[in-house]
Design a protein around this ligand. Structure first.
Ligand code: SF4
Ligand code: SF4
Length: 370
């Protein structure tokens, strides 16, 4: 596989050191001595993977390792250890649930303000953190920060070459937005989290099951169906992230709000030879083949870097939109720092900080320190 441009070893080390210091200073604020060292180890892991990205110029491979590690530790800490009653930790605020219940959430905040119950605003703070990430790296959340996305990504790595070629006719790529609108309306009318009650496979491990046996059976059937088809089977056979790209309502929300982020993945038409490799490799169906046989990267792009690593003529890159490109900060410097490098730094920083809230604890539990 062809690699994107790599950095001089000195530059790569300096950027990796900067990632280490930034992530560690954000996550080391509290905790006992073992937790302090676990946080240091996790910051080192994140910065080492950053070093590999900058030094070797391969974005997707090392991003993917980090992404899958986060999902693994998330399930270890909040599902496996909790089931075994090792840990009593509360899972982080679920951003997937946040998207389809946005109307309910705004409504409850309105009630909280008008009734004087300001403490309810506590949850909103976490919502703001996700908003900050959304406006910074946009849909990059779905391939860097999200602690669930590593599930279908890890299944998509099981085999080397796809056994089925999954193509989605372009209008169907908009399905998650229609699904999000449906969920928003139904959740608001029912006053219930409809996605959590019926469609989220992750609820197999938590208490979202109804007391009525028939409804309970139907819920489990739906959860299992979504788990087996969209998270395990289709990703394993096609190497595409089918749950994230065809179902996830949070992904749909980010594809709209993420347009506020300055970063875009674009194809240089002058360089492109129309080989179609990026179109075949994109794991989330974000590249559209146009009538003119040209390829266009759409707003569903997760900025995973796979097409950048794949393109044989270096025609794809991460750039900033509109007039931002004219600002000196975004121009290439003598230190070879490009826009792509700034995006990768921000993504690693946010991923490190977010995962730093649970991965170090999971590492300690794994080696028997509570
Ligand atoms: S992989 Fe590169 S050259 Fe091939 S179609 Fe995509 S952008 Fe063009
Ligand atoms: S278009 Fe490229 S960067 Fe965007 S999701 Fe697809 S492969 Fe990843």
């Amino acid at each position: 596989m062809k690699k994107a441009s790599s950095k001089h070893v000195r530059v790569a080390f300096v950027v990796a050191l900067f990632i280490l210091l930034s992530v560690f200073s954000f996550i080391s604020a509290s905790g006992n001595q073992p937790l302090f060292y676990a946080k240091l180890i996790w910051s080192l892991v994140v910065s080492y993977l950053g070093l590999c990205i900058y030094r070797r110029g391969s974005i997707s491979r090392y991003r993917s390792i980090l992404f899958i590690l986060i999902a693994f530790f998330f399930f270890l800490e909040f599902k496996f250890f909790r089931c075994l009653s090792f840990g009593k930790t509360i899972p982080p605020y679920c951003h997937i649930a946040q998207a389809p219940t946005l109307f309910n959430f705004v409504h409850s905040q309105f009630l909280a303000i008008t009734s004087g119950q300001w403490r309810v605003w506590g949850v909103l703070t976490l919502g703001f953190f996700w908003l900050l990430i959304m406006f910074t790296i946009g849909q990059g959340i779905c391939s860097w920060v999200c602690f669930y996305g590593g599930l279908d990504e890890s299944c998509s790595k099981i085999i080397k070459k796809p056994l089925i070629k999954l193509k989605i006719p372009y209008p169907w790529r908009d399905f998650p937005i229609a699904f999000l609108v449906f969920l928003l309306i139904l959740s608001f009318l029912q006053g219930l989290p409809v996605f959590c009650n019926w469609f989220c496979p992750l609820k197999l491990t938590t208490a979202f099951w109804d007391k009525e046996p028939i409804i309970r059976f139907s819920q489990v059937t739906f959860f299992l169906l979504f788990l087996v088809v969209f998270i395990i089977l289709l990703p394993a056979l096609s190497k595409k992230r089918t749950f994230c790209s065809l179902i996830c309502p949070f992904g749909a929300l980010v594809s709209i709000c993420g347009k506020a982020s300055p970063y875009r993945v674009t194809i240089d038409k002058e360089k492109c030879t129309l080989c179609g490799k990026c179109y075949d490799m994109c794991p989330v169906f974000a590249i559209e083949r146009q009538k003119s046989d040209e390829y266009k990267i759409t707003s569903y792009c997760n900025k995973c870097g796979k097409c950048i690593d794949t393109c044989p003529v270096d025609a794809i890159n991460i750039v900033v939109s509109n007039n931002l490109a004219a600002i000196p900060f975004f121009k290439q410097t003598k230190w070879q720092i490009e826009i792509r490098d700034i995006f990768i730094f921000l993504s690693l920083l946010m991923t490190g900080v977010m995962s730093g809230s649970f991965v170090p604890r999971a590492i300690l539990q794994l080696i028997g320190i509570k």
